[in-house]
Design a protein around this ligand. Structure first.
Ligand code: ZN
Ligand code: FE
Length: 257
């Protein structure tokens, strides 16, 4: 049976996400930025938390772990390579692992770069992936621990998922990401149109997420490193995709938009 998925804001710009299987009652929180909004979303739905799936060790993704575990007795699954920094972790997973969540296959994919042990969770039968701070709508995570080459490979892994995969991301950064993206890809009609949509949604206080692989392939500068315009904007007309990615990511780091 299809999973029910609920997304809600946490902290200043994080998203919490709950996934729920009706037949078994199993419910997982993707990351746990803070306990209170997760508990409020659970009670609004009438769901009981069974699991937390952690993407990486940053406080805005794990700070709710212990309080939620204490309140619900949930099991915490997270990246083996960051296990010592994930409060309450019970099950350690790594690249290439798959496990069962209430009859749904969950694949673990390593995406180092933002942090060295960052992982994403892909549910192929449900056509959904939880990508944490690896990819955002029109953006990607800052490269804080790994190399730009690692982050390029990690972002490509998301882009290589089936195009109809729905992507849930860790943060609502889309409007700021658009302001940078349009400077790199100014003639992209889909990007221009998406800007109107994003501003309308945000003006109404609504989320711009989730997104899809197809939408990001058409508009996200970090997934468009093979298009001539991105090469020109990077000042690297003959650059490799990895070089164009690195130049684009570096330019964003100092962009004042
Ligand atoms: Zn992070
Ligand atoms: Fe984050």
């Amino acid at each position: 049976m299809a999973l029910s998925i609920v997304q809600f804001p946490c902290l200043s710009d994080n998203y919490g996400v709950l996934i729920h299987d009706e037949a078994t009652g199993r419910t997982a929180s993707i990351d746990a930025p803070e306990a209170a909004p997760v508990l409020a979303a659970l009670s609004a739905q009438g769901w009981k938390l069974s699991d937390i799936f952690t993407t990486h060790h940053h406080p805005d993704h794990v700070d709710g772990n212990l309080e939620l575990k204490q309140a619900t007795g949930c099991t915490i699954t997270g990246p083996r390579d960051e296990a010592d920094r994930i409060p309450g972790i019970d099950i350690l997973v790594a690249d290439g692992d798959s496990f069962d969540f209430a009859g749904h296959t969950v694949r673990v994919i390593a995406t180092p770069g933002h942090t060295l042990g960052h992982i994403i969770y892909h549910l192929p039968e449900d056509k959904v992936a939880f990508v944490g701070d690896t990819l955002f709508a029109l953006g990607c995570g800052r490269v804080l621990e790994g190399t730009l080459d690692q982050m390029f490979e990690s972002v490509e892994k998301v882009g290589d998922l089936p195009e109809d995969t729905v992507l849930y991301c860790g943060h609502e950064y889309t409007e700021a990401n658009w302001r940078f993206a349009i400077t790199r890809d100014p003639d992209n009609a889909r990007l221009i149109a998406r800007g109107d949509e994003i501003r309308r949604l945000r003006a109404e206080g609504r989320p711009t997420l989730p997104t899809t692989v197809a939408i990001e392939l058409e508009t996200n500068p970090y997934l468009r490193t093979r298009t001539p315009q991105l090469a020109v904007s990077a000042g690297l007309p003959a650059g490799t995709p990895a070089e164009i990615f690195a130049a684009t990511r570096r330019a964003k780091d100092v962009f004042k938009g």
